[in-house]
Ligand binder design. Sequence first.
Ligand SMILES: [Zn+2]
Length: 199
Amino acid sequence: MERLLLCDHGFPEFFELYHDGKARRWTTADAPARLRMYTELLPLLREALPEMRDEHLERLRAWAGAGSQGRASHRVLSVDELRRLAGSPVATLGAHTLSHSSLSTLPASRQREEIIGSKLWLEGVLGQEVRVFSYPFGGRRDYTAETVAICRDAGFTRAASNFPGQWRSNADPFQLPRHLVRNWDLPTFKEQLSRLWIA
Ligand SMILES: [Zn+2]
């Protein structure tokens, strides 16, 4: 979305989309207008079914005259890199669904496909069992009690949420709190970390 809408290249005057039975139209001639569209389109895509999201993104790429290849600086890890990372003594790799959907928006059968599918895929790549999971987006509204039950039945032993808090011995192992870490430089990271310690 950032590459397609916020990076500088030539843009058509407007973008149109048919979503949820409604035609939507954004003017896109200048940067503030594109930023507005970006902030409105993000939640809409986040809540869309995966196939609908793919369709909208395809339309957006065609509109921007851009391909599906992301920037080299923003690419995902390769399979080789995943295997190397899994060999690190300080890293544990976990599953995270196939389509990065907010799981509470999906029926149970789709949630199961997403959760178990990502576990099997990663296990196939790593050649080892994957026991941990994290909910995409991870806020309390992004998963339900049913999601937690599916994770437990799938053989995970822990799952991470994404609300701040300290992990204490009485924490629910299927809703572990986490602190958000941005792409900070070292001084900022140190400062943020020291604040957590005090809290
Ligand atoms: Zn994620």
